[in-house]
Ligand binder design. Structure first.
Ligand SMILES: N[C@@H](CCC(=O)N[C@@H](CS)C(=O)NCC(=O)O)C(=O)O
Length: 285
C-alpha cells in the first residue's frame, strides 16, 4: 500500500472537538440526538405530508408517490415540504417529532384516525405506502420475499456508496487512499451485484416494477448514469451495461422524472422547492 497517512492513535475515550474539521457537513454534525430549536412543521391540504429534500434518499419517496398518482391510486396526493439539511431544519422540534433520527425523508399520514402517523426511514416509507395502497409490492410468495430482500439490500448497501465512497472520494477535506480503496471496492462489487440481477430481469423483480426499483434507482441508477460524486470514470460505470439499461429505462418514465424534481431548490431550471399539486410540474416534464 502506497500511502501512509497518520500517526493518530485513538485516545481511550473519544470526545468531540467542536471546531470545523473541513468536512462539508461539519456545521450540522454532532454526536447527540434531539431537537436544537423550536420549529413547527407546515401542514398542507393533502392527507400525506412529506418533509424532505431532493437527495437520493428523498426522491425514492417522491418517485413512488408520483408513480402511485400516475397509476390512479386514490388518496395519494401529497404536499412535499423542503427540509434544508445544511440550514439545520432537521433539528427543529416538529421534524424531530416526525423523525427522532433527524434525517430526511419523513412522512406524516394525516388520513390515520386519531392522530397523524409518522413514518421515517425511506425504505420504511416505501413499504408503508406499498401496504397502504396495495401497490408496487407483490402480494405473496417468492416475488414478495425478493422485493423485501432487495429493499433491505438497498437500505444496507447505500451507506457504503454515500457515507463511505461518496464521503471519502468527494467530501472529506483530504484524500485518504486506504478509505477510497476500501469503499471503491465495495461499491464496484455492489454495482456488479445489480448488473448480474438486471441481466436476467427487466426490473429488479422480474417484469414487475416494485418498491425495490424505487429504492435502488436514485443511488445506483444515479451512479450508473454518472450523476453521483463525479465518479463516472473512476468507477468505470459504463462497464455495468445491464444496470445502465435499467437506469435509462426508468429515467424515461414521466413519474420518475417528476419525482426527481421535488424539493430540489438548487436546480434553478426545473427543480421544485415544494410540491403541492400536479400543476407544479407544468412546463417542466
Ligand atoms: N437511512 C436513512 C438515511 C437518510 C439520510 O441519510 N438522509 C440525509 C440526507 S440524504 C440527511 O437527512 N442528513 C441530515 C443529517 O445528517 O443531519 C433513510 O434511508 O431514510
Amino acid at each position: 500500500m502506497a500511502q501512509k497517512l497518520s500517526e493518530y492513535i485513538p485516545p481511550r475515550v473519544w470526545t468531540w472537538d467542536e471546531g470545523d474539521d473541513g468536512n462539508k457537513f461539519a456545521n450540522i454534525n454532532r454526536p447527540t440526538a434531539g431537537s436544537r430549536e423550536e420549529k413547527e412543521l407546515p401542514v398542507g391540504q393533502h392527507p400525506l405530508q412529506l418533509y424532505s429534500l431532493g437527495t437520493p434518499n428523498g426522491v425514492k419517496v417522491t418517485i413512488m408517490l408520483e408513480e402511485l398518482l400516475a397509476a390512479g391510486h386514490k388518496g395519494t396526493e401529497y404536499d412535499a415540504w423542503l427540509i434544508n439539511i445544511m440550514d439545520g431544519d432537521q433539528f427543529g422540534t416538529g421534524f424531530v417529532a416526525a423523525n427522532p433520527n433527524s434525517k430526511i425523508p419523513a412522512l406524516m399520514d394525516h388520513s390515520v384516525k386519531g392522530h397523524p402517523q409518522r413514518v421515517f426511514e425511506s425504505g420504511s416509507i416505501l413499504f408503508y405506502l406499498a401496504e397502504k395502497f396495495d401497490a408496487f409490492l407483490p402480494k405473496s410468495g417468492a416475488a414478495r420475499a425478493e422485493t423485501m430482500s432487495w429493499l433491505m439490500w438497498q437500505m444496507g448497501s447505500a451507506p457504503y456508496l454515500g457515507g463511505g465512497f461518496g464521503h471519502f472520494y468527494a467530501y472529506a477535506p483530504f484524500k485518504i487512499e486506504y478509505a477510497i480503496n476500501r469503499f471503491a471496492m465495495e461499491v464496484k462489487r455492489e454495482l456488479d451485484v445489480l448488473d448480474k440481477q438486471l441481466e436476467k430481469n427487466e426490473f429488479m423483480i422480474g417484469d414487475e416494477l416494485t418498491i425495490a426499483d424505487f429504492a435502488i434507482y436514485p443511488w445506483y441508477g444515479g451512479m450508473a448514469r454518472g450523476l453521483l460524486y463525479e465518479a463516472k470514470e473512476f468507477l468505470d460505470v459504463e462497464s455495468y451495461k445491464h444496470l445502465r439499461r435499467w437506469a435509462k429505462q426508468l429515467s424515461e418514465r414521466p413519474a420518475f422524472q417528476r419525482g426527481q424534481l421535488v424539493n430540489r431548490p438548487w436546480d434553478e431550471e426545473k427543480g421544485l422547492k415544494e410540491r403541492h399539486s400536479a400543476a407544479d410540474f407544468e412546463g417542466k416534464v
